[in-house]
Design a protein. Structure first.
Length: 124
């Protein structure tokens, strides 16, 4: 991203979880994605970041995206991505492709016929 003010870029308000990892760190922190645009995002969480810090964020259906911290305010911070992403991908459901075509009420509950331990069932 350039130094040009990009606040007029459309962004989508959302709530999804992601992992952020500071450059050189072995582990990451879980964060909430509050809004997302092609060029960046607003995150909320306990990650200890400073303005200008390099990091990577793992976004659902997109993968790891590199960027830097653009601003910090309390437990929220902005991330400017090095390369643009498609925010519509993050909004797409993370479902099993086999179940994606079936309506929810027709999907299996996880129990398959004949595999239930009847002794664990409660009598009514």
């Amino acid at each position: 991203m350039s130094a040009v003010d990009t606040r007029n870029i459309s962004r989508d308000s959302m709530f999804l979880m992601a992992e952020v990892r500071l450059e050189g760190a072995d582990s990451g922190d879980r964060i909430k994605v509050r809004n997302l645009s092609a060029g960046g995002m607003m995150a909320e969480g306990g990650a200890k970041v400073l303005r200008g810090s390099r990091l990577s964020v793992d976004l659902r259906n997109i993968g790891w995206v590199d960027g830097h911290v653009a601003w910090v305010q309390d437990n929220r911070f902005g991330i400017a991505f090095d390369n643009e992403v498609d925010p519509a991908l993050a909004r797409a459901p993370a479902t099993n492709p086999d179940e994606a075509s079936a309506p929810r009420y027709m999907r299996t509950s996880g129990y398959q016929t004949g595999q239930v331990d009847k002794s664990s069932l409660r009598k009514i």
